[in-house]
Write a protein that binds this ligand. Sequence first.
Ligand code: ADP
Length: 404
Amino acid sequence: MNILVINCGSSSLKFQVIDTDNGSVLAKGLCERIGIDGAITYQNVRDHGGKIKTKTQIEDHKKAISLVLDAITDPQGGVVKTLAEIGAVGHRIVHGGEKFTESTLIDDDVIQGIREVSDLAPLHNPANLTGILACRALMPNTPMVAVFDTSFHQTMPPKAYLYALPQKYYEKYRIRRYGFHGTSHKYVSRAVASFLGKKPEDLKTIVCHLGNGASVSAVEYGKCIDTSMGLTPLEGLIMGTRSGDVDPAVVSYIADKENITASEVIDILNKESGVEALSGGLSDFRDLWDARDRGDEKATLALDAWAYRVAKYIGAYVAAMNGVDVIAFTAGIGENDDKSRALIYQYLGYLGITIDDAKNAATHGDAAIISTPESKVTVVVYPTNEELAIAQDTLALVEGARKN
Ligand code: ADP
């Protein structure tokens, strides 16, 4: 089945057409600056086409979706003749709250449910909903599925997801830890098990999703029991521009000293912190390593602090699961950056982990075991593929509905 995967942000929309018969990407692209001016980038991957960027007015998400549908059905560059060849649409939804514990076929009740949890992700869920409504208007008879960033983490027990706060805040506002990147943590934990010839139900796995946004999860026998992000994606690791864990008292302290509001401080913690703040302006890890190699002390500190935090979370999750069989690295940094991975390994010797340094240095973007055969824990690099995971969930639900 050909599935259109949509990832709608507030002013952007990423898309892919995936043939689930073989998992191949037929076409992909991006609409940018929606509501500002607009541009669409499109690539016919099936026929090895290059990226084509066209500037055009994109006043809203409906216009963006209609441009996407035009591009994929275009007689020259398209990958399907008509929209009838698109069997379903899979939508990435950032927050499913406690309501959505798994991916689901979209109907009016689901749309209402996504709306109800929008308070928890005010920047993302309304944009995701706009994408759903725009698709519905233009492809009214095509089944659609919602795949949530939070749902894989809904198996966390209360001792992991509750904050030690007055429980009225949980009861009134559902303030708790949710976790994000769930599609990636689920996909990678399962794919790594099969890569190793094992079943997820037989493994204790720690997945390190290390991109610009980053999180770690503890997956015990196939189920997530803890993850580093919380109510929002701000908690946990040091990220590109996010601080990760800080003493919450920092917020009111800065607000008072700088005469700004709490939400302005949170904005600073999300957008002006992380390795970018520690290094004095660098958030891309390639730039950080260039600077470190030149002897830049701030870049050196930023990378050391980043790796130290990842290692601390790995240690915490070894304790949470009373052991670990597999540690998996994924996403932009986890897949590509052997030197940053090596900064993390230096803390893992106590687990009996030994790394094949040559294998680590040679692994960029491919699936590979990088620990030695003697290592007590298997360390793996495995590329994530959130779009494929969304397409697979979409296919399963649409086929399941057809059979019923
Ligand atoms: P996100 O989806 O959160 O934007 P990604 O998973 O795409 O993040 O990761 C992006 C980050 O990965 C970049 O900011 C960069 O730091 C890092 N990265 C990508 N490729 C490389 C590479 N070859 N070497 C080092 N770091 C890389």
